[in-house]
Design a protein around this ligand. Structure first.
Ligand SMILES: CC(=O)[C@@H](O)[C@H](O)COP(=O)(O)O
Ligand SMILES: NCC(=O)COP(=O)(O)O
Length: 236
């Protein structure tokens, strides 16, 4: 049974809508952990549209489970990660114009750069997860560059509606997980998971952690964060 990483980015989205001080994502992290979150995930974007550097530094002091810092593979973000020392880093693709993450990171097309960033972070004691599509070449490349984890992008699964398409995308995730484990990689998954589509992904053998954010925060706005986290934990 996988653990649950609660992504609290969109608590900060509400705060940034007014450029004010509430809701504080740090307080949200405490409540999420009290409700059973196994980890806290935050995405420090280059454009700081939601999480701020202050949030990440305070979360490093406050989080009692584990802190997963999602970031682009830029020199700026690597320097921040080396300073903050999250429990692990997830390297994700980023485009300022995007509404949200649109796909997996291309590892196969930039193995030298990825090997260098992975080595820099893991040499500092920070395990690296690579947010990738469940494509065989990307999984192979992730092992090649020395990452300890991959996080399979569940967006293609989350976006389809027809049952046959859901089964197809789920099979792709299951096959990717099996391939990754055979290569010695540990496997997480995330993006677009909701209260209606998460359970089948949680049942994939070998799945370690699901990172879920937007759906939990959306429910939290209506029923409260502790209940939203407990209900997602119960589904997993
Ligand atoms: C990589 C991923 O799917 C998410 O964790 C990421 O945080 C999405 O970006 P936003 O949180 O800015 O939507
Ligand atoms: N890496 C996925 C994540 O952290 C949360 O993505 P989402 O649930 O907000 O789509």
């Amino acid at each position: 049974m996988p653990t649950l990483g609660v992504n609290i980015d969109h608590i900060a989205t509400i705060r940034q809508a007014r450029r004010t001080v509430e809701p504080d994502p740090v307080a949200a992290a405490v409540l999420a952990e009290l409700a059973g979150a196994d980890g806290i995930t935050v995405h420090l974007r280059e454009d700081r549209r939601h999480m701020q550097d202050r949030d990440v530094r305070l979360l490093r002091q406050m989080v009692r489970t584990h802190l997963n810092l999602e970031m682009a593979a830029t020199d700026e973000m690597v320097a921040i990660a080396l300073d903050v020392k999250p429990d692990y880093v997830t390297l994700v693709p980023e485009r300022r114009e995007e509404v949200t993450t649109e796909g997996g990171l291309d590892i196969a097309g930039q193995t030298d750069r990825m090997k260098s960033v992975v080595n820099t972070l893991q040499s500092a004691g920070i395990p690296v997860s690579l947010f990738i599509d469940a494509a065989s070449d990307q999984i192979e490349a992730s092992a090649q560059v020395g990452a300890q984890f991959i996080e399979l992008h569940t967006g293609p699964y989350a976006e389809v509606k027809a049952e046959a398409d859901c089964h197809r995308e789920l099979d792709i995730l299951a096959q990717g997980t099996a391939q990754a484990i055979a290569l010695g990689l540990r496997v997480n998954a995330g993006h677009g998971l909701t209260y209606w589509n998460t359970t089948p992904v949680a049942r994939i053998p070998g799945m370690e952690e699901l990172n879920i954010g937007h759906s939990i925060v959306s429910r939290a706005v209506l029923v409260g964060l502790e209940r939203a986290v407990r209900e997602m934990k119960a589904l997993i």
